[in-house]
Design a protein around this ligand. Structure first.
Ligand code: NAD
Ligand code: UFG
Length: 338
């Protein structure tokens, strides 16, 4: 199947492209390289033995997209990753986030509708649940107004997809709500490329371990959790990538001409910040200097998935452990992020 992968040289996209190639699909990457590098294409080739087709450009550029669809006439599905994703930056530069993340999905949908693409997978986020009323969080939980523009763009994009389907458009769409993706390809050839000081916990831990950062700040130890630190559902990016392949298969097999649905993609287990630090120290043999700091604004105590729906409908479940994910993140940090 020919699949357009927007943001395909990024962290999650590159892992999905490898899985698509290995599963015999034909991924067509679009990326403007605003948060990734062209060398990722060489690494994908090294891992998979195939060089994916790549178009450098912006998903908000209608002419560019039209050109890609003209050159690639039989695209059957789209996985839309291209977006900005830094929560803190989105608070400081909201217009940049609404522009890229909303105009991006609107333009991709508009052009792909003209070219009759029937399958669409969207990268959403558990952030749409805000501070959830209960954990594990089922898909039926309320979508709450977010404390940051990034989260709002995900909730709005979900509404756009739903409205398009309600309008009767000939499109099958699934929003995958990712929990906390971590890890890297076991080869150590592709992984996350944080720009500047990372906002996320795992890259901050690996950068501290390698000496780029002096110490890790643990944002609060007075939450109502197992040890007072924040609890999240950390999912290996390889498992997350597999979920996309299953989702595409599921969409293609589905006989409905038009539908919209949402699926959580998480492990179903919560891990605290302190548990994650201890596990990292065990697998790396490196002690992480840390200090307890005040809570980070907008953070919540716990967030982990009820992952039964995706298991039931697509027979997907996470397979890799936190230990494996941290080993892979550490290998990636040591090999490529010095
Ligand atoms: P990433 O930044 O590594 O990848 C996104 C890619 O999109 C980058 O290669 C970037 O250059 C490209 N891009 C951005 N804007 C573009 C545009 N206008 N035109 C063309 N290319 C553009 O991010 P990621 O972690 O791989 O995330 C992928 C998707 O998953 C995003 O939509 C993100 O919001 C979502 N998501 C990520 C996480 C996470 O923790 N990583 C969690 C939930 C959801
Ligand atoms: N944390 C620290 N110190 C740090 C960084 C994080 O203690 O330096 C803590 C946080 O307080 C939180 C946990 O580690 O308890 C995880 O924080 P992350 O920033 O790694 O992840 P979040 O759960 O805050 O957010 C992530 C993505 C969002 C996404 C969300 C839900 O960054 O984009 O998961 O999927 F929306």
């Amino acid at each position: 199947m020919k699949v357009l992968v927007t943001g395909g040289t990024g962290y999650i996209g590159s892992h999905v492209v490898v899985k698509l190639l290995l599963a015999g699909h034909e991924p067509i990457i679009i990326d403007n390289l605003s948060n990734s590098e062209k060398t990722v294409l060489d690494r994908i080739f090294e891992i998979s033995g195939t060089r994916p087709i790549f178009y450098e450009g912006d998903v908000r550029d209608v002419d560019f997209l039209e050109d890609v669809f003209e050159q690639e006439p039989d695209i059957v599905g789209i996985i839309h990753f291209a977006a900005f994703k830094a929560v803190g930056e989105s608070v400081k530069e909201p217009l940049k986030y609404y522009d890229n993340n909303i105009d991006g999905i609107l333009t991709v949908l508009e052009v792909s509708q003209r070219h009759n693409v029937e399958n669409f997978v969207f990268s959403s986020s558990a952030t749409v649940y805000g501070n959830p009323d209960k954990n594990p969080i089922p898909e039926t939980a309320l979508v709450k107004s977010s404390t940051n523009p990034y989260g709002e763009t995900k909730a709005i994009a979900e509404k756009i997809l739903k409205a398009l389907v309600v309008s009767g458009a000939n499109i099958k769409t699934i929003a995958l709500r990712y929990f906390n993706p971590i890890g890297a390809h076991p080869s150590g050839l592709i992984g996350e490329l944080p720009k500047g000081a990372p906002e996320n916990l795992v890259p901050y831990i690996t950068q501290t371990a390698i000496g780029i950062r002096d110490m890790l700040f643990v944002f609060g130890d007075d939450y109502n959790t197992i040890d007072g630190t924040g609890v999240r559902d950390y999912i290996h990016v390889e498992d997350l990538a597999d979920a996309h392949i299953k989702t595409l298969d599921f969409l293609q097999k589905n006989k409905n001409k038009s539908f919209y649905d949402v699926y959580n993609v998480g492990t179903g287990n919560g891990t605290s910040v302190m548990e994650l630090i201890k596990t990292f120290e065990k697998i790396s043999g490196v002690t992480i200097p840390f200090e307890i700091a005040k809570r980070r604004s907008g953070d919540i105590a716990s967030c982990y998935a009820d992952a039964t729906k995706i298991k039931r409908d697509m027979n997907w479940e996470s397979k890799k452990t936190i230990e494996e994910a941290l080993e892979d993140s550490w290998r990636w940090q040591q090999n490529y992020l010095k």
